[in-house]
Design a protein around this ligand. Structure first.
Ligand SMILES: Nc1ncnc2c1ncn2[C@@H]1O[C@H](COP(=O)(O)OP(=O)(O)O)[C@@H](O)[C@H]1O
Ligand SMILES: [Mg+2]
Length: 422
């Protein structure tokens, strides 16, 4: 019982819920932009027969995974089944493991939907064969795989021919197979294993034949994915429609900041100035928008729980972003590689694409010991393997991490490495 003589304490105001969601694969409260990609995909679902599959590529944090997640209900509304997986876990990928992955995914999807009838041979004289009907299981399909002679591709094809037959009367248009982080199929495959080619060969063979139901492949991955596909099979150029995700336009970036606050009816809002600062400093990259939005929001609920955050403590937020996001990637490079990237960051086009001669020239001006062209190529290769650089479709190089050039510009040079005149 409370004492009526005691003055009652003011009730604390409820702490507003932070509506920003930085983090790999975290569905944002409001998915900004990307309607063009969703429309394109909706059109692709109308193909009959399917001749084009979809690829979604872009830098880390640009929103591939969350876009893929929104394609699923679109496909389902158009009468497709959807299955798939994230390929990031499979560190050493073999053809056999990828085949198994496909069979697991298809049997998990179809298990509850398809009745599988199998006839067990009669045992003994005068016995009649047993007809048994039950749910389709992984083993039913895997045994087809194991019993088919030949190469992995022959085996997996045999499974899918059976699947096509099982679903031929189902009230669906077909099945979408969606695989995220698909660059791993090429990057982390074991020696003499071609899991990427296996998938390409399987889908192209399914799409060349006439089946009552369609099979559509959707691959998502880093920008290295498409060149890898082309290296692996030359026909892939025609087999895929590539959707390259980029930073959001200023208008879409603004909506990505403002809408989550509106949708959650947040009692704490951002001033117009704060919104502009986030749009500018994030470069329109979705992950950075979510990160900065979350940080500004948290910084202000500490001080006020209602009203408008009048300003954004951007220096502190940048510091935190450096700690959480950039530093762990930066330290993957050696001192000399870091110098190399510092040289790139001095180029006026360091945020876009750059070439070996440009780096070599700038390094000779900036550093005591510059880089030779062959050394530069070698370092670019090493940095690609560390996920810091990639070679684009035109053969130029780019940073593989968004806004990395700006981060590098914030790093101090080793004074002993600098050219005296620079
Ligand atoms: N279109 C978008 N609008 C708002 N936020 C987004 C959008 N796309 C992605 N995000 C946010 O960006 C972050 C990274 O998204 P994610 O799909 O994991 O990127 P990727 O798969 O390309 O690395 C997540 O926090 C997600 O909520
Ligand atoms: Mg992702």
């Amino acid at each position: 019982m409370s004492d009526p003589n005691q003055p009652s304490l003011p009730l604390p105001l409820p702490v507003p819920l932070n509506p920003f969601r930085p983090g790999a694969g975290q569905q944002p409260i409001y998915l900004s932009g990307r309607t063009k990609e969703q429309d394109t995909f909706r059109q692709m679902l109308k193909q009959n027969p399917v001749t084009q599959n979809a690829i979604v590529t872009g830098l880390r944090g640009v929103g591939k995974t969350v876009l893929l997640e929104t394609l699923k209900p679109i496909a389902q509304n158009e009468g497709w089944l959807w299955t798939g997986n994230d390929l990031s876990e499979s560190t050493s990928l073999t053809e056999d493991r990828v085949a198994r992955r496909l069979v697991v995914d298809i049997s998990t999807l179809l298990g509850p939907l398809v009745a599988f009838s199998l006839t067990t041979p009669a045992i003994g004289f005068g016995a009649t064969a047993n007809q048994e009907t039950r749910q389709l299981s992984f083993d039913d399909l895997w045994s087809i795989y194991e019993q088919t002679p030949g190469l992995t591709i022959d085996k997996i094809q045999a499974v899918f021919v059976r699947v096509a037959d099982l679903i031929k009367d189902a009230p669906i248009k077909g099945i979408v197979f969606a695989y995220d982080e698909a660059q791993n199929l090429a990057d982390h495959s074991s020696a003499k294993e071609y899991p990427l080619s296996l998938i390409l060969d399987l889908f192209s063979s399914l799409q060349r034949k006439w089946y009552a139901k369609q099979f559509l492949l959707v691959l998502t991955g880093l920008p290295t994915l498409f060149p890898k596909l082309n290296e692996s099979r030359t026909y892939t150029e025609r087999m895929f429609h590539v959707m390259q995700l980029d930073r959001l336009s200023d208008d879409d970036a603004r909506e990505a900041v403002v809408e989550p606050l509106k949708i959650t009816k947040s009692s704490l809002g951002f001033s117009a100035n704060t919104v502009e600062v986030i749009v500018k400093m994030s470069g329109g990259y979705p992950y950075f928008i979510q990160f900065m939005g979350k940080e500004v929001f948290d910084a202000w609920i500490g001080k006020i729980t209602q009203g408008e955050a009048p300003s954004a403590p951007m220096d502190e937020i940048l510091e935190k972003l450096d700690q959480d996001f950039f530093n762990p990637r930066w330290v993957r490079a050696t001192d000399r590689q870091q110098q190399f990237m510092q040289v790139i960051a001095t180029l006026p086009n360091g945020e876009d694409e750059f070439s070996v001669p440009e780096i070599v020239k700038a390094s000779r001006i900036k550093l005591k010991t510059g880089f030779s062209p062959s050394h530069a190529v070698q370092i670019l290769q090493a940095l690609s393997e560390r996920g810091l650089i990639y070679k684009n479709r035109r053969g130029s190089y780019c940073f593989a991490v968004p806004l990395l050039a700006r981060y590098i510009q914030r790093q101090a040079w080793d004074p002993t490495s600098l050219h005296p005149g620079s």
